[in-house]
Design a protein around this ligand. Structure first.
Ligand code: FES
Length: 153
């Protein structure tokens, strides 16, 4: 969906800012919002650009640089840490060949760290896009990555 179509879905109210940023990011093939996106949102909502930019940069879910088709967010809050998120992170680095904050050369995955996802009962946990995966272990993790690579998920 194009930027203008997305904006048309909303009333021009400042409290829609975050929803619009999310929608525009989701519609981007590279999972981010551009400067032009933010300028147009500012015009649409009649807000200063600095307000839109400030909101976009405040929320870690919104990116200002291109990311992979799938964004992996591994939880690193204490409960997940205790349950071995560090070894899961090592595995992800190995499996993807990238470090935190990087994107695979084929633009399929971006690897990020996040704080608690609210599913501590199934720690260690991660999200890929909107999907939560818990009770991670090496075998399960490899299978998930493989399924994304093959387009099964
Ligand atoms: S600490 Fe990882 S989901 Fe809560």
């Amino acid at each position: 969906m194009k930027r203008k179509e997305i904006l048309r879905k909303y009333e021009a109210r400042p409290d829609n800012l975050l929803y619009i940023l999310h929608d525009i990011q989701d519609a981007s093939p590279y999972n981010y919002v551009t400067e032009e996106d933010m300028e147009e949102i500012a015009d649409f909502l009649d807000l200063p650009y600095s307000k839109v930019y400030g909101t976009a940069t405040f929320y870690s879910m919104i990116s200002q640089k291109p990311r992979g088709k799938h964004v992996i967010r591994l939880c690193d809050s204490p409960p997940c840490h205790l349950m071995g998120s560090e070894s899961i992170l090592d595995l992800l680095r190995d499996e993807l060949g990238i470090d935190v904050g990087q994107t695979t050369p084929d633009m399929l995955f971006t690897l990020e760290i996040t704080s608690c996802l609210g599913v501590c009962g199934v720690a260690p946990a991660m999200m890929i896009d909107e999907e939560v995966y818990g009770n991670l272990n090496p075998k399960k993790l490899r299978k998930i990555i493989k399924d994304y690579r093959e387009g099964i998920i």
